[in-house]
Write a protein that binds this ligand. Sequence first.
Ligand SMILES: Cc1ncc(COP(=O)(O)O)c(C=O)c1O
Length: 398
Amino acid sequence: MLEHIDAELEDPILKVMASFKASTVSHKLDLGIGVYRDSKGKTPIFKAVKEAELIIQMQETSKAYLGPVGDTQYTGLIHQLLFGQLDCPPDFFQIIQTPGGTGALRVAGEFLHSALPFATLWLSDPAWSTHKPIFSGAQLPTKEYRYFDHETRVLDFAAMCEDIAAIPTGDIVLLQSCGHNPSGCNLSYEQWLSVSQLMADRGLLPLLDLAYHGLDQGQILDLQSIKAIEAHHDEWLLCYSASKTFSLYNDRTGALAVRNRTIQNAHHALSLILNLVCANYYMPPAHGASVVRTILTSSDLTELWKHELEAARTRIIDCRKALIDALSSSGTDDYQFLERQEGMFAYLGLTEKELAWLREKHALYFGPGGRLNIAGLNPQSLPQISQALTELAKKKRG
Ligand SMILES: Cc1ncc(COP(=O)(O)O)c(C=O)c1O
């Protein structure tokens, strides 16, 4: 009955990972994966997480179901962490714990499709390659707004505003709060305020995606987008991922928050969300949320976590600088745009042919479109990467 299935893996990031794994070349480098790496190329577990896990191991007395909302102490702490800066009273928010940021996006997609059956969700071009499949899985139609100038490889704010100004009233716009994946191009606070105002004028619903909190401009500045959206909107959603920010990738820890116009709306929105969750995974896993809760309820662990997160961010900045220096000392100025991108990703805007050439000739595995994980760089890999990119620039010039 199932032998007619001829599906193939579609996710472009997983495809790159699979071809990297299959390669037998000893000097191959995986630059596409979207996880933080330390100077040894490892994805570390923060010490704060390890210490929290020891506490949990000693104190945990039951593995009883959490319920579809998840760990409510965790969601309260996430509220405090992200929305404590706002004047809006907590009752206007409903927050549930989700299996990662992806789980939050999927539940948000189903919720929006159910609440706004005629709405379209607008994604940036380029977007995280998983955004589109998540929302088409939730039956929510998607379209794209311009975000990135593919010539200069930096943010095209004028084009972004022009496109958003033409989106039909009642549609939804997804905006990445910080550390834009894959482009590395982000809005200034003034730009956030203008987009927020523009969307309010057009009657558009903001959906924020926050997956790199603390890894772009810092733990406080990375939340400015929330303040700017709240300044002009009394209804919006936010999908949060603790994967990178707490180094909890495989513990699948995230949250979905809905900011409502009234407290009564908030109750109805939560009921709809919980119905969708119950029909899907029923309840989120407990461990990652327990870790976050244990960290955020201990001032010592919170300090340690903040320090480790800031150290990761600083390393990313240093890696970017080292790449820029290596490229300019090799005599090419084709990559100057890297200075105007920030966060964990650099986006080179490469064609499939160029990506294949980098894989075959230099054993370098970039992400879709030439997404480069800046944290994946280290002194050992830098010469190989800068040599390949310099050669590519020369080849392109002919
Ligand atoms: C922009 C963006 N949103 C959401 C996510 C989801 O993160 P996770 O499901 O791993 O928590 C990611 C992960 O890479 C991402 O890059």
